[in-house]
Design a protein around this ligand. Structure first.
Ligand SMILES: Nc1ncnc2c1ncn2[C@@H]1O[C@H](COP(=O)(O)OP(=O)(O)O)[C@@H](O)[C@H]1O
Ligand SMILES: [Mg+2]
Length: 293
């Protein structure tokens, strides 16, 4: 799909004390637009090109192209309903399970087409794991929650190996010390923050390359949130992480790059510091200064 006209960056009019409220709807009509900033990186782990997503007749994502850099944390921000979750789900084909959802575009993981006809989606979702808004441990023991993936993917050849994967995953998710004496207790009995770290351990257990997180802290208290944020910082050494967050503070704290979505479009993407201190697009500026959201 061709992108036709380049839209001029709108200079941020910093310093204006009072400005009229922005008409968000007015921006929904432009079908052709160009993302401002740096959607492409030199060492991408994943690439998405010319992505359109529809739910029935309704278009939820319009012509988005974006790279996810290797071992980076990229934050995806924007007003509710702008398509953050929809876009995130295209990266491991979670939209496949929504019958009315149709995805167009090209998506690669290390150069491989993840929408190829012969792509095994179970394997793909192990390589590109996902952590959801609400912690969703299986109704099984803590141990079994983490062991489940390695078992179905045949990653362990003995009980000892499986034990090792479980312990290592729980350690990486900085949960092991808290649960080591209760591995046979139900995962659902843990606190919300612990459950979310258990879900992260479960994702890690199958050795993913990318972890997608969709507002992983929105159901957690500030202390549990801080733990997850610390964890994200540690995880980026070994994994590539794309995180959707409605918290701009969180985006600023955990990410190196930030992508600003607006009504299904990727308006601007760039270095996190730049996005939060010197946004180039008026819509980005309006969002980060709290004029809508
Ligand atoms: N399962 C679905 N069926 C129909 N429409 C959906 C579905 N999921 C999301 N949408 C619509 O797609 C648009 C983008 O939603 P979403 O990706 O959830 O946005 P965000 O995560 O930024 O809040 C919204 O208009 C939403 O109503
Ligand atoms: Mg969402």
């Amino acid at each position: 799909m061709e992108r036709v006209e380049q839209q001029e960056p709108v200079a941020g009019s910093k310093g204006d004390a009072i400005r009229p409220p922005l008409d968000i709807q007015a921006h929904s009509e432009q079908k052709d637009y160009e993302t401002i900033g740096t959607p492409f990186v030199t060492d991408p782990k994943m690439t998405a090109r010319n992505v359109n997503v529809y739910y029935g007749d309704k278009q939820a994502i319009t012509t988005i192209s974006l790279d996810i850099g290797r071992n980076e944390v990229i934050a995806m921000i924007g007003p509710s309903g702008c398509g953050k979750s929809t876009f995130l789900r295209t990266l491991n084909r979670m939209n496949d399970i929504i019958p009315i959802c149709r995805v167009e575009g090209e998506f690669c993981l290390d150069g491989d087409d993840i929408y190829a006809d012969d792509q095994d989606t179970v394997l793909l979702r192990a390589r590109v794991g996902m952590v959801f808004q609400k912690p969703n441990p299986f109704p099984k023991s803590i141990y079994e929650n983490v062991a489940y993936g390695p078992k179905i993917h045949g990653l362990a050849h003995s009980k000892a190996e499986l034990d090792e994967i479980v312990e290592d995953s729980l350690r990486r998710a900085s949960l092991f010390n808290e649960v080591k004496d209760q591995l046979d207790k139900p995962g659902t009995g843990l606190s919300g923050g612990q459950q979310q770290r258990l879900c992260i351990a479960r994702a890690i257990a199958v050795s993913p390359e990318v972890i997608l997180m969709d507002e992983p802290c929105s159901a957690l208290d500030p202390i549990a949130t801080a733990r997850i944020e610390e964890l994200i910082d540690e995880l980026k050494e070994n994994y590539t992480i794309a995180i959707v967050t409605h918290s701009m503070q969180q985006a600023a704290r955990v990410s190196q790059r930030t992508a600003y979505f607006h009504m299904g479009k990727l308006i601007e993407v760039g270095d996190t510091k730049q996005i939060f201190t010197m946004p180039k697009h008026e819509l980005t500026e309006n969002y980060i200064t709290g004029r809508f959201g």
